[in-house]
Design a protein around this ligand. Structure first.
Ligand SMILES: NC(=O)c1ccc[n+]([C@@H]2O[C@H](COP(=O)([O-])OP(=O)(O)OC[C@H]3O[C@@H](n4cnc5c(N)ncnc54)[C@H](O)[C@@H]3O)[C@@H](O)[C@H]2O)c1
Length: 268
């Protein structure tokens, strides 16, 4: 898909990967609605991008907020071509994660995607196409040591993106699923696991940083845009994730043994 001239919505655009993606999309000639709980953050990014960007505040897991984003995009720029379901949260740790932590992870990391697709797909089918880009995580293909809610909700995000692609791919709807390991953002620095679970928080961050390079959000944005232009489903900013994922698929028990050894080594 050619990005130039397209209309995009990017969620979680006030910081990190979403902010870098928004900048990159505008540089490629797209017009972008930047959505974030943190309206000030999104507004700062949008202001730096001029007339091709507007910021909207709100919780992108809320269907009314998503409806508002789509309406705003249409009013400012025209029908939405691309939706980047990028906002995501950590939270929770092991079995002591609360129901509220599970619910929050599932709301933002999965149900936000489902609700956006529910609102967008009918219009995309009527217009003959559209593009849904899910920022899941390598944790959705492998796992996230130290955080069950993050690992599980990201698996669900991958599962939903796959389902969307299989179900609507023949109707012109494109789907990409972005699965990075470490990216240098607030989420990795302090958001994966709440600080009160100090041992799990340390394990989670150590696991990500030990597994591979920590990329900048700008590096990830460049790889995502190239993947969308190539209409590739699985976008892997860390290419070695494909090898890890194929090990998992080839011999699950061996992969689990390896993960236990990795975890034990990280815990010292
Ligand atoms: N940083 C990493 O190492 C890493 C690795 C793999 C995947 N990811 C995924 O990338 C995505 C972006 O994360 P990031 O690292 O840029 O994090 P970040 O914390 O820097 O940015 C996330 C942004 O999303 C916003 N947000 C969170 N919940 C929201 C909600 N309900 N509604 C609206 N906005 C909301 C936050 O305010 C924040 O501005 C997430 O889905 C994350 O899980 C990150």
């Amino acid at each position: 898909m050619e990005i130039s001239g397209r209309v995009a919505i990017v969620t979680g655009a006030g910081a990190g990967i979403g902010a870098a993606l928004s900048r990159r999309l505008v540089a490629e000639g797209a017009r972008v609605v930047l959505a974030d709980l943190d309206l000030d953050g999104a507004a700062r990014v949008a202001e730096s991008l001029g007339a091709a960007a507007v910021a909207v505040g709100g919780d992108v897991a809320d269907e009314r907020v998503i409806r508002g984003l789509i309406d705003r995009a249409e009013a400012e720029f025209g029908p939405v071509d691309l939706y980047f379901a990028n906002a995501g949260i950590g939270g929770g740790a092991g079995l002591d994660s609360t129901d509220a932590q599970w619910a929050a992870a599932l709301e933002v990391n999965v149900l936000a995607h489902v609700r956006a697709a529910r609102l967008l797909v009918p219009g995309w089918l009527a217009r003959g196409g559209g593009y849904f880009v899910s920022t899941a995580s390598a944790a959705g293909l492998l796992t996230q040591l130290g955080s069950a809610p993050y690992a599980v909700s990201k698996h669900a995000a991958v599962g939903f993106a796959e389902w969307l692609s299989v179900t609507y791919g023949d109707n012109g709807i494109r789907v990409s699923c972005v699965c990075p390991m470490g990216v240098d953002t607030q989420l990795l620095q302090s958001g994966l696991v709440p600080p009160e679970h100090a041992a799990e928080a340390e394990l989670a961050v150590k696991a990500v940083k030990t597994a591979g390079a920590v990329l900048s959000p700008e590096q990830v944005a460049e790889i995502v845009v190239a993947g969308v232009e190539a209409e590739r489903f699985l976008i892997l900013p860390h290419p070695e994730v494909l090898k890890m994922y194929s090990h998992k698929g080839t011999d699950y028990d061996r992969w689990l043994d390896g993960m236990r050894r990795f975890q034990a080594a990280l815990r010292g």
